[in-house]
Ligand binder design. Structure first.
Ligand code: URA
Length: 257
């Protein structure tokens, strides 16, 4: 029969939907008033799986990270962005409409290097954004982060006025992208940099590809009210501070280094 489902299709569909419902029920974990979401979407599982595969070459790895970022940003923005109402003329009549307010761009803060890849498609999800880069490097021995590039409110030249006011208005929505929440050292340092410049943790959301318990623990202790959106939560870290099973070094695998 034309269009008939292949045999086993219905059984498989039922099994998948049961799995998704179970995941949907448990996708929100509260840790000390911090909320961690693992959106139960099959595409999120797919892109995380591509990232985990050690045989995914850099171009595939990078595009999987960018796709995962797009989906996580979509989920993170669901109950976050305000719209402004109005009317537009369609070709057939007048419609009530709601647009995202372009006067309130989301401040996007990718943590270099791999955070850049996670937000590669941000403009295809969020209509109004401003991007501020933070560069951290992790000492391989102490695992402590050092800030080597800070683009928050930088002056373009020392005798020029700052490009922006030197504090975020505390209502600013801020999206921080750090693919690997491992020890939590880098993400904590980044959020402290932002809060020292007026950011309110309640308006801040973090997107990550993989999160591990040490990072989630320290984030929840330091920043109650924060929300984290991650592709998956892994059990722990190895002696080098890498997430296990994780996906390896997200920066090296994205940029082929
Ligand atoms: N940074 C990475 O890129 N991978 C990890 O597993 C931990 C930190």
């Amino acid at each position: 029969m034309a269009g008939a489902a292949p045999s086993g299709f219905n059984k498989r569909k039922k099994k998948l939907s049961v799995k998704c419902e179970a995941a949907a029920a448990s996708n929100q974990i509260g840790v000390n008033q911090m909320l961690v979401y693992v959106p139960p979407h099959p595409l999120i599982k797919h892109w995380v799986s591509v990232l985990r595969n050690e045989f995914s070459p850099p171009p595939i790895f990078k595009s999987a990270m960018a796709e995962l970022g797009r989906l996580l940003i979509y989920e993170a923005s669901r109950d976050w962005l305000e719209t402004i109402g109005g009317e537009v003329q369609t070709p057939c009549g007048v419609a009530n409409v709601e647009f995202i307010d372009p006067r309130e761009p989301v401040k996007v803060v990718p943590i270099l290097r791999a955070g850049l890849v996670l937000v590669e498609h941000v403009s295809s999800v969020l209509p109004a954004t401003q991007t501020y880069h933070l560069g951290f490097v992790r000492n391989e021995v102490t695992l402590q982060p050092t800030l080597y590039l800070n683009n928050l409110f930088a002056k373009l030249k020392s005798n020029w006025p700052p490009r922006l006011p030197d504090r975020f208005p505390d209502s600013s929505l801020i999206l921080v992208a750090d693919p690997m929440l491992a020890t939590g050292g880098t993400i904590v340092a980044a959020i402290e940099e932002l809060t020292s410049r007026g950011a309110d943790v309640k308006n801040l959301r973090v997107v990550a590809a993989v999160a591990a318990p040490p990072a989630l623990k320290i984030l929840s202790e330091k920043f109650p009210g924060l929300r984290v959106y991650t592709g998956t939560i892994d059990p722990g870290l190895n002696e080098k501070g890498y997430i296990v099973p994780g996906l390896g070094d997200a920066g090296d695998r994205s940029f082929g280094t």
